[in-house]
Design a protein around this ligand. Structure first.
Ligand code: 9MG
Length: 261
């Protein structure tokens, strides 16, 4: 899954694709690099990010969603807002990636009424406050229980089991130790039977592990993607698609198991 941020302020590539034309060009480059899915977002979820109105978010993403769907790409939209979900699906998106796991009133129904898939991610609090309370008795058990409960709520609302992916939400209200535990314990999330999506690309946990600033985390990001696939991730959400796909091809040829980038 290649990341397309149509935002002026995303943490890892802020400002690179702030307008429709550059976002579409970037999305096409990610497909050429081997992405199977595009994840298009118009509101930054980095810690402390300012919220965006529904109108602004739609203006940012809809032309990009429509163009990429017309190109035949599998389009996921990264949003927390039910109105954006509905409009994005009408414009051709076939997956919703929600860092709030469809918690917003109306979000469950917006996805249930469509045939779209959904990625349910775990986050403590909101992007503005998520790094403030980092106390977990057992982070792996709590994240797993939360995601399984959200998946059950989705199924009760009419979203088919096969349309649901789970994501532990690396970096969303977690310390370095929590993130490392979640990565090591990814098989317990995969054992739920839902496909697991992992997003580690360029994140601060990789900066903490390597001492590298955000612009110098490609090697760490590729290693993290391989580690996630080795531990059962079916989809990895990445900025550096070409490098991740190359690494996964070698990984796969060596008989190490495969995922999707
Ligand atoms: C939008 N976004 C930023 N980081 C993410 C992650 O780790 N997973 C998912 N599903 N979405 C993310």
């Amino acid at each position: 899954m290649g990341i397309v941020n149509v935002t002026p302020d995303s943490f890892a590539d802020g400002g690179r694709h702030p307008d429709t034309a550059s976002a579409i060009a970037h999305a096409r480059a990610l497909l050429a690099d081997g992405a199977d899915i595009l994840d298009i977002g118009g509101e930054s979820t980095r810690p402390g990010a300012a919220p965006v109105t529904e109108r602004d978010e739609l203006a940012r993403i809809l032309p990009v969603v429509a163009a990429m769907a017309a190109d035949g790409a599998i389009v996921s939209v990264d949003t927390m807002k039910p109105g954006v979900m509905r409009a994005a699906i009408a414009a051709g998106a076939t997956m919703i990636n929600d860092v709030r796991a469809l918690a917003e009133p109306g979000a469950l129904d917006a996805v249930a009424a469509s045939g779209a898939a959904v990625c349910l991610m775990h986050m403590r609090g909101a992007p503005q406050t998520m790094q403030e309370a980092l106390d977990y008795a057992d982070v792996v058990a709590e994240v797993r229980a939360f995601l399984v409960a959200r998946a059950a709520a989705c199924e009760a609302a009419g979203i088919a089991h096969e349309r649901i992916l789970l994501d532990p939400g690396f970096g969303f209200g977690k310390s370095l130790a929590h993130n490392v535990s979640l990565l090591q314990s990814l098989p317990s999330l995969a054992a739920t039977g839902y496909p697991v999506l992992a997003g580690l690309s360029r994140k601060s946990m990789l900066g903490a592990l390597t001492g590298r600033p955000v612009g110098e985390r490609m090697a760490a990001s590729v290693a993290a993607a391989l580690a996630a696939v080795a531990r059962g991730a079916a989809v990895v959400r990445v900025h550096d698609v070409r490098e991740t796909v190359d690494a996964l091809k070698v990984w796969s040829a060596a008989g190490m198991g495969t995922g999707s980038a």
